[in-house]
Design a protein around this ligand. Sequence first.
Ligand SMILES: Cc1cc2nc3c(=O)[nH]c(=O)nc-3n(C[C@H](O)[C@H](O)[C@H](O)COP(=O)(O)OP(=O)(O)OC[C@H]3O[C@@H](n4cnc5c(N)ncnc54)[C@H](O)[C@@H]3O)c2cc1C
Length: 507
Amino acid sequence: MSHPVPTSSAAVLERPAAGAGAAETQTAARVTEQPQPQARAANGADYDVAVIGSGPGGYVSAIRAAQLGLKVAIVEKGHMGGTCLNVGCIPTKAMLSSVEALATARRGKDFGFTAGDVQPDYSAMTKRRDKIVEQLRGGVGMLMRKNQIEVVNGAAKFKSAHELEISANGGAARRLTAANVIIATGSVVSKPPIPGADLEGVVNSDQLLALPKVPKSMAVIGAGAVGLEWGDIFHELGTKITVIEMVNRILPPADAEVAQELARSFQKKGFDLLTGVGVKGIEKKNGMLSVRYGKEGGPEQTVEAEVVLIATGRWPFTDGLGLENAGIQLERRSIPVNEQMQTRVKGVYAIGDVTPGPLLAHVASKGGEVAAEAIAGHTAKMDYHVIPSCVYTSPEVAWVGLTQEEATERHGEVKVGKFPFRVMGRAIASGFREGFMKVIAEPKYGEILGVHMIGAHVTDLIAEATLAMAMEATVEEIFHTIHAHPTLPEIFQEATLDAWERAIHKG
Ligand SMILES: Cc1cc2nc3c(=O)[nH]c(=O)nc-3n(C[C@H](O)[C@H](O)[C@H](O)COP(=O)(O)OP(=O)(O)OC[C@H]3O[C@@H](n4cnc5c(N)ncnc54)[C@H](O)[C@@H]3O)c2cc1C
């Protein structure tokens, strides 16, 4: 029996792929049936869709296109899963879970047990990390097979807008044609012009994965999510961490109050946070790396470290793609697209980190779904308004929507509610006293404009706030929703109530 497959955009009517013959007309109340992939692509091309890159953007777009009955190929020059799976989201979270378990074991006394002399085994942790990555890579391969998507190994280059040349490592080049191409080539680590950035011991987040042992000290340049997560991992493993950030606070895109709380927590743990200063250069001195930093035009200071991590962001990646052959021009390194993720060239789409939106795996995946649905003739559109951001440090940070500063700037007067972890039953019972949640709402109708969280498990807890904002829920609707007790989501409800000065458990 076939099951209805909901589309990602509500109330979208489905129709067969363009040119697929027979029933071209949209039929009201018809939902997609489990598809039968086409033996032949439309328009005489080899494929209906060729996807370049198998990161969370590329592989999701390939699956969605296959679900919609299109004949799909995916081209990948490296490992399946892209940055996210191989060097990004997954390896960092695997390591963070290891150090979180380590931290809990070290706090055994707080929970009423002694775990003896708990010591990290870095080599075992990295083995666990690599095994997880390998397992998930296999999972992506399995999904490709299940959806009858052809995987082509090699680097793709446009010969024209609908023809790709794929050269595999050392193998003969192969050509394929596709009625539609989705560019999902992602991003690579940025290379800021810091003198000494090529010295031994200066690494980026990809190279950090190959670090053979835990260094005694590490200077992290850049206080964004990547720098802070890796800093937190190595701090727990015993490394002395110094963070150097050009902006005058850590985690610049977060709500100021949340970033301040995180800074306080990190300083309490022993991090050195140097903000509002730029790095001028790195030198090797007596076997150590010496990082020179200072304010613009001000005196220079130095910090010594065994390893320097450059975590200053990522750039869209289009090297060797032959975009000029497809007639595509870059704007500030990325590929401009419309709300259906289509480039200015008909039949060529771009998604994920290679486009101007936020560089996040879930944004890439959503863009992938939108592009596949647009190709299949749906009216799906990319909406960047409600996108959760998560930082998996300890404490975790998560937010969705506007910061208090942005909300005030756009809406004038806003209502702000805040509730701490330290007074909630489940938080106390679980030993998570640090952090708070903050809800920002528009005062007339109570529409939620932004939610900001810092504390344990907030990267999971942000889902409720995200759904509430996506559904345009008002504070009233959150007030009336019964939240299970004792749970951490009660803090979100209390923070919402607090915006109307009605929090129940506020002392
Ligand atoms: C350390 C780190 C931690 C991160 N943590 C998170 C997180 O917790 N949450 C989150 O949302 N995001 C996180 N990110 C960001 C996330 O990894 C990216 O936003 C996401 O991977 C982008 O997906 P994508 O599909 O656009 O591209 P990518 O994942 O970069 O995949 C692009 C793929 O295209 C392939 N490719 C490129 N050119 C060609 C070509 N010519 N031919 C064939 N193949 C090609 C590449 O080999 C690669 O596999 C993290 C990133 C890093 C570096």
